[in-house]
Design a protein around this ligand. Structure first.
Ligand code: ADP
Ligand code: ZN
Ligand code: ZN
Length: 709
């Protein structure tokens, strides 16, 4: 379904209205599902083309705005339209499932049932009668849980009956409960958004805990009250069942979720509810940006700086950017909310492309935490912690508070090393050390997933001198559990929270009692911890010296977000950054001037260096089992692109040259002007598909890359 192929249709079939419909077609030895991308044209009767096997939709399943926006996206990322359509469709539809009809079965008493008093068999049946005596109930009503066999027996006796009715959008509630008055800044922001006519992009720049979510909710409330739908995008990790419940509680209506943890069927249900207008609010992760909307009214992108909006493989789109394109096409306002706006968004606001809305202080009684640096040069560290830090943690716990220890490295230790000869355990398929897991027993590669048991002796010198080096969250957890054995110590990272809802359960386990959370950046987002008194940040030093031009921005965002966990409710919060570089300008600018002081300096640097957002980039990657084919392919690309006078650098080896057994090279194209870059790519990419060198490599194009790996 990724490329375009021709088929014939029956003479009797209608000759128009095909575009955007799915068809089942013969493909190779079997059949596949495709989407029709142009109306039928006449062919010779002796055409060698195969006929389609079945038409699956009677009309386009995309809708005109989505169809044309997806066409734009295909041109922008220079991917085949089929790949874009395949990415945009829910999996079930891609596999040929029927578009579901959204209806609900209601149960009610018949006249006989309403007057029946005797002859009821058992407690369940009488429970059904008393529930339904108060009025009809939908099949999924919680009061009917476990009572469906009884319902069916009573139906057989003629005492209850069911009716199937199409679903509608719920009545919008008069006013829902938020429990407090918006403050002046929140009110001003919400009012501006509510009064918007047509398209307008807002950057809602509000410090952590300033009540951005309340502003979204207020804007959404008036959107649904006028009969329109709101689409809310959140980062993968931000979409917890609590987020959905918070929205439902405040809005007083059901909210439809859409994320990768749901079944294909459940996702298809949300998609159809959005498309038919049954869902007033859709709350979803990256791919929810492809949601068809019957009555669009508002788009919200929460944590707009988050890197998870960019898809890093397959069709490399950016949901933050595509949401803007759709809002413009739909003629609706879009709100991008964050405490740490990306340089791109700040630049856009500076140029007046986004309207700037500011929430400068924390909502309610919460106060900004105090942030300080702890210089650990020359100090002995235990599991990466100085003794002063351990004392400080003890004090916070004794005062009844909770402590969060942030370390952006999962596993037990980043490296296994021989003390005698310096050998380290490397992945055989990647240019990378293997991470030590399971208290030292296992080795795992975080890049390709390879794993093996740790050797007991050094494979190089045979000495029993292997030692895990450095700290991962697992090792810190082990140390803390031992050292603070009177409080719970809970680890939160990708290893400990693979199961659905695990994160929520971890937070529930802790509750309000004193305790310690240890984790990776998963901890940086979204969760209100009322009793959090101290945030300890470890291991930032490695991040301060990266070569990626976006590294500073990422560190700054992460530090601000992690620090923002502290001092959320009535607990005064404290944040301590442990470092060997107490004079590092990034840390000092952030602590003294805050994120905006950092951002001003960073934007000036980017402008001077000619980096985004002051230039536009595209990264062409190629990989193969040997080094030559990627280089040959990228040489062809460089020669083609150089004809347009763009700044082309490379081919060079990727920062991690070998990954999962593949040798990787890359070519970076930079242009001052986005149009010039796009024009060059539009001319060159079709030639790349056709180039013989392309057949010997796996290659991909990343327009506006955010990760240079
Ligand atoms: P953000 O999304 O900006 O981090 P939230 O919307 O989650 O902030 O709000 C942070 C906390 O402040 C929440 O517990 C929220 O209920 C509370 N809050 C928000 N607005 C107000 C307000 N106007 N008065 C009192 N508390 C508020
Ligand atoms: Zn050795
Ligand atoms: Zn590997």
């Amino acid at each position: 379904m990724l490329q375009a192929f021709d088929y014939t249709i029956d003479d009797q079939a209608p000759q128009t209205g095909w575009v955007g419909c799915r068809v089942r077609v013969p493909f190779g030895a079997s059949t596949t599902v495709g989407v029709v991308i142009s109306e039928p044209e006449a062919t010779d009767s002796d055409s060698p083309l195969k006929p389609i096997e079945a038409r699956l939709d009677s009309a386009s399943i995309f809708g005109s705005e989505l169809w044309s926006s997806l066409g734009w996206l295909a041109r922008y990322v220079h991917a085949p339209l089929g790949e874009v359509l395949a990415t945009a469709l829910p999996t079930a539809l891609r596999n040929g499932a029927d578009v579901p009809v959204l209806e609900t079965t209601f149960w009610r008493l018949t006249e006989a049932g309403a007057t029946a008093r005797s002859g009821v068999r058992g407690a369940k049946q009488s429970q059904v009668l008393s529930v339904l005596a108060e009025g009809e109930r939908p099949n999924e009503a919680p009061e009917l849980k476990g009572l469906h066999p009884a319902l069916r027996s009573l139906q057989a006796r003629g005492w209850v009956e069911s009716e199937v009715r199409p679903q509608h959008a719920p009545e919008s509630p008069e006013a829902a409960a938020s429990g407090f008055e918006l403050n002046e800044e929140q009110r001003a922001a919400a009012t501006q958004i509510q009064q918007t006519q047509g398209f307008k992009a807002y950057l809602l720049d509000g410090v952590t805990g300033s009540g951005k979510t309340e502003v979204y909710l207020e804007a959404i409330r008036s959107c649904i009250q006028s009969g329109k739908q709101a689409l809310v995008l959140v980062p993968e990790i931000g979409l917890t069942p609590q987020t959905v419940r918070r929205f439902e509680k405040h809005l007083g209506i059901p909210v439809h979720a859409f994320h990768s943890g749901m079944t294909d069927t459940a996702r298809l249900h949300t998609w159809q509810a959005a498309r038919t207008g049954v869902a007033p609010v859709v709350l979803g992760t990256r791919s929810a940006v492809f949601m068809p909307l019957a009555h669009p009214g508002l788009i919200v992108v929460d944590e707009a700086h988050d890197a998870s909006y960019k898809q890093m493989d397959g069709m490399r789109y950016n949901a933050h950017d595509f949401a803007l394109v759709r809002a413009r096409a739909l003629g609706v306002p879009i709100v991008m909310g964050t405490a740490t706006p990306s340089m791109e968004d700040l630049h856009a606001a500076g140029q007046g492309r986004f309207e700037y809305l500011r929430l400068s202080k924390r909502a309610g009684v919460a106060r900004a935490p105090s942030v300080r640096i702890m210089d650990v040069r020359k100090l002995p560290l235990e599991a990466g912690l100085s003794s002063a830090m351990i004392t400080r943690m003890r004090a916070a716990l004794d005062a009844g508070g909770q402590v969060l220890v942030f370390r952006n490295r999962r596993g037990f230790a980043p490296v296994l090393m021989c003390r005698d000869c310096g050998w380290t355990a490397q992945c055989s398929r990647c240019d990378s050390a293997m991470t030590v897991h399971g208290s030292g027993k296992r080795l795992q590669c975080h890049h390709c997933g390879a794993h093996r048991p740790s050797p007991s002796a050094c494979p190089n010198c045979n000495n029993l001198a292997l030692e895990p080096q450095g700290q991962g969250t697992e090792r810190i957890e082990t140390f803390l559990a031992d050292h603070f054995d009177d409080v719970p110590v809970i680890r939160i990272d990708r290893g400990s929270t693979q199961r659905k809802d695990a994160l929520a359960r971890h937070f529930e386990t802790l509750g309000d009692q004193p305790g310690i959370l240890v984790g990776t950046q998963m901890l940086a987002k979204g969760h209100d911890l009322a009793k959090l008194a101290l945030v300890v940040v470890l291991g930032i030093d490695e991040a301060l010296f990266s070569t990626d031009f976006r590294a500073s921005e990422r560190v700054a965002q992460l530090l601000i977000q992690v620090a923002g966990r502290a001092g959320r409710a009535d607990m005064p919060g404290e944040v301590i950054l442990q470092t060997h570089y107490p004079d590092h300008p990034l840390l000092n600018t952030l602590i003294e001037g805050g994120y905006h002081a950092f951002a001003d300096a960073e934007l000036a640097l980017r402008e001077a260096a000619g980096f985004p957002p002051f230039a536009h980039m595209a990264l062409l990657r190629a990989e193969a089992k040997h080094a030559h084919p990627p280089r040959d392919f990228l040489d062809v690309a460089r020669d083609l692109l150089a004809q347009d006078g763009l700044d082309v650098s490379g081919p060079v080896p990727a920062p991690m040259q070998r990954r999962a057994g593949f040798l990787r090279m890359q070519l970076m194209v930079t242009a001052k002007d986005r149009k010039a870059l796009q024009a060059a790519l539009a001319r060159v990419v079709p030639q790349l598909y056709a180039a013989p060198e392309a057949r010997k490599v796996r290659w991909s194009l990343d327009v506006d890359p955010i990760d240079l790996y």
